[in-house]
Design a protein around this ligand. Structure first.
Ligand SMILES: [Zn+2]
Length: 153
C-alpha cells in the first residue's frame, strides 16, 4: 500500500513541478507565476506538503495559507488595477492544496467566465503587462523576505 502512495506522490505535478519560477516562498508554501497568454497577473500558491485540501491543515496553518493568498491578491490588485481578482482552490484534478489568484480584466479571454472553460475571445493586446521582478519585489514588500522551503532542506 505504501508503495502505491509513493508512486502517486512522485507523479504529483505540484510536489514535483517542472519549469516553474518561484516568486516567493517560506517553510509552508510557495508562490509561483503561471505564464498564461491573456493573464498578466496569474499566481498559484502551493502548500509545500502533499495535503489534498484546506481541510488537511490545522487552524493555524489554514489561517497562514489564507493570509498569503490575500496578500497575493492585494499585490495583484495594486500592481494591475484589474476589474476583479479571482481566488479559487479547487483540487478536483490535482488533489494537492493550491490556490489560484489571478487578476481579471473585461478584455481577458474568459471574462466574465472562470478561466478553466473555453476562451470567449483571444487575448487582447490592450491587457497590461507585469514584469516578474516587479511582482517579486511587491510580494517581498507585502510579505517580507522569502525563507527557504522545508522540502528543499
Ligand atoms: Zn503533491
Amino acid at each position: 500500500m505504501s508503495k502505491n502512495k509513493t508512486v502517486l506522490l512522485s507523479e504529483c505535478p505540484l510536489c514535483y513541478p517542472k519549469g516553474k519560477q518561484v516568486l516567493w516562498e517560506n517553510r509552508a508554501l510557495r508562490i509561483i507565476r503561471i505564464e498564461e497568454p491573456g493573464y498578466p497577473g496569474y499566481c498559484r500558491i502551493i502548500w509545500n506538503t502533499h495535503v489534498p485540501s484546506m481541510l488537511g491543515l490545522s487552524p493555524d496553518q489554514s489561517a497562514h495559507c489564507l493570509s498569503i493568498v490575500m496578500a497575493t491578491a492585494r499585490v495583484l490588485d495594486r500592481l494591475l488595477s484589474p476589474k476583479q481578482v479571482n481566488i479559487a482552490s479547487l483540487g478536483n484534478k490535482v488533489a494537492h492544496l493550491h490556490w489560484h489568484v489571478l487578476a481579471r480584466f473585461e478584455n481577458d479571454p474568459h471574462f466574465p467566465e472562470a478561466v478553466w472553460g473555453p476562451a470567449l475571445k483571444p487575448p487582447s493586446s490592450a491587457l497590461p503587462t507585469l514584469c516578474t521582478n516587479t511582482l517579486i519585489s511587491a510580494l517581498e514588500a507585502e510579505l517580507g523576505p522569502p525563507n527557504p522551503p522545508r522540502n528543499l532542506a
